[in-house]
Design a protein around this ligand. Structure first.
Ligand code: THU
Length: 159
C-alpha cells in the first residue's frame, strides 16, 4: 500500500488586495445576488464571469419547489455564456452569497456539480478559470483553476 497525497493551493486576500478588474467582478456578483430567486433556501448567490474579450456576464441562483430542479448561479451563468459565446474563453469567475435579511456576506464555495461544470468549461477552452470566492465582508479566496477544488477530477472518457 502506498499513501498518496495531493495538495491544493489557494490564495487568501483582502478585498483591497484584488485588482480593479477582480474587484469589479465581485461587485457585479454582489449586485446580481440581490435578484436571486431563492425562496426555499433564502441563500442568495451571485456569480459574475469575465470573458477573454473583457465582456462580463452575471447570474443569480434560480430555485424550484422541486428542489433538485433549481440551478446554482454559476452553473446557470456558464451555460448561458457557453451557449451565446462559444468561441470566447472565460477567464475569471466571482461567486458571492448572502442570506436573506443579513447584511454580511456568507461564505460560499461551488457545489460538486458546479465544480464539474467549471472543469468542463476549462477543458473546452483549454484554459484554467480563476475563481474568486467571497468569504465575508473583506476576505476573498483566489483559486487558479478548478483542479485546486477537484482533486482526481474526471475529464477523460478514453483513458
Ligand atoms: N448555490 C449556488 O447558486 N452556488 C453555490 O456556489 C452554492 C449554492 C445555491 C443553490 C441553492 O439555490 C442555494 O444556493 C442553497 O444551496
Amino acid at each position: 500500500m502506498k499513501k498518496v497525497t495531493e495538495t491544493v493551493e489557494m490564495e487568501e486576500l483582502l478585498l483591497q488586495e484584488l485588482s480593479a478588474a477582480e474587484l469589479h467582478l465581485i461587485q457585479r456578483a454582489q449586485e446580481i445576488s440581490k435578484r436571486a430567486y431563492a425562496p426555499y433556501s433564502n441563500f442568495h448567490v451571485g456569480a459574475a464571469l469575465v470573458l477573454e474579450n473583457g465582456e462580463v456576464f452575471q447570474s443569480s441562483n434560480q430555485e424550484n419547489v422541486s428542489f433538485p430542479t433549481g440551478v446554482c448561479a454559476e452553473r446557470l451563468l456558464l451555460g448561458y455564456v457557453g451557449a451565446n459565446n462559444p468561441d470566447l474563453a472565460p477567464l475569471t469567475l466571482a461567486i458571492v452569497a448572502q442570506r436573506a435579511g443579513e447584511e454580511d456576506w456568507a461564505e460560499v464555495s461551488p457545489c460538486g456539480v458546479c465544480r464539474q461544470t467549471i472543469n468542463e468549461v476549462e477543458n473546452r477552452f483549454n484554459r484554467p478559470i480563476t475563481l474568486l470566492l467571497l468569504r465575508n465582508k473583506n476576505q476573498v479566496l483566489r483559486i487558479r483553476g478548478i483542479k485546486e477544488l477537484l482533486p482526481l477530477k474526471f475529464d477523460n472518457l478514453n483513458k
